[in-house]
Write a protein that binds this ligand. Structure first.
Ligand code: BLA
Length: 243
């Protein structure tokens, strides 16, 4: 269901950047589950280039039971621009959730004015996907912009209007990257490094997908996938040991 979204992103990336493969730890690039009746496959891709230090995307295909396309693009530490975050989910016909955002690294007003306010007119084209849904896992005020698209929708809308919104958000993100100034000051770079690391830590701890991965691929694989690939700069929380 989300293959055209993967293909669009891939085509854009390969035509605009000089990509190198970025290694995925052995055993985490793909997996197949035969638990239960539904076969599920998961596959991931990871690249880097001068402007983008980590580009990852993952497709989960469990037939009608689940289709997921998830991606995060992390810019080079020499840019303070937001990350691009994509999370497109479908669990049967009646639970289709799409999330798409240009995710701010900082919540300071000057930063939001510089990078998030310019998204306003873009977002206004797609108000149907800004449904103000409540977040149960994440905090909407951390690493999300106020112009994120977050909607419950249907297959037909995903394939038409939402696909246009997706292409527009990606185009907007490339423009933001093109216009970004290169940061050379060590202190500023360190601030960006820390913010991107904090994003991984925050996301790894809250990711609602860990249950989904565990149910298909087991707890151990799921933890490795989260901490060694998806959010590799996160450190697993200490597990309390029995005294
Ligand atoms: C929600 N994302 C979810 C849910 C799942 C995933 C299972 C819960 C859906 C529900 O039952 O309500 C799935 N998340 C994944 C998968 C991966 C993942 C498969 O990271 C990895 C392969 N999530 C992101 C990114 C964004 C994001 C980059 O990974 C930003 C656009 C957003 N996902 C996001 C939000 C929700 C969500 C906002 C709703 C969570 C909430 O209610 O707090």
């Amino acid at each position: 269901m989300y293959r055209p979204f993967l293909e669009h992103l891939e085509k854009e990336l390969f035509s605009k950047f000089d990509l190198r493969s970025r290694p995925i730890p052995a055993g985490l690039e793909a997996n197949v589950s035969n638990r239960g009746k539904n076969q599920a496959t998961i596959q991931s891709w990871c690249y880097e280039c001068t402007e983008l230090r980590k580009i990852r995307y993952t497709y989960i295909d469990a037939g009608a039971a689940a289709q997921v396309f998830n991606s995060v693009i992390y810019p080079s530490y020499h840019y303070d621009i937001p990350l691009l975050g994509i999370d497109l989910l479908s669990f049967g016909k009646n639970k289709i959730i799409v999330v798409l955002d240009i995710q701010p690294l900082f919540q300071e007003e000057s930063y939001l004015n510089k990078y998030i306010e310019p998204m306003r007119s873009l977002r206004e084209k797609y108000n149907d996907f800004a449904q103000n849904l409540e977040m149960k896992f994440y905090d909407a005020n951390q690493y999300f912009s106020k112009y994120l698209l977050f909607a419950k929708t249907d297959v037909e809308t995903v394939q038409t209007t939402f696909f246009r919104a997706y292409q527009d958000y990606i185009r907007f993100y490339w423009q933001m990257l093109e216009q970004a100034e290169i940061i050379e000051t060590e202190a500023e770079i360190q601030k960006i490094v820390k913010a991107q690391k904090d994003y991984d830590q925050y996301s790894a701890e809250r990711d609602p997908a860990s249950g989904l991965f565990s149910s298909y691929f087991g707890h151990e694989w799921s933890e490795k996938f989260l901490y060694e690939f998806l959010f590799e700069d996160a450190v697993p929380l200490a597990v309390p040991t029995t005294a």
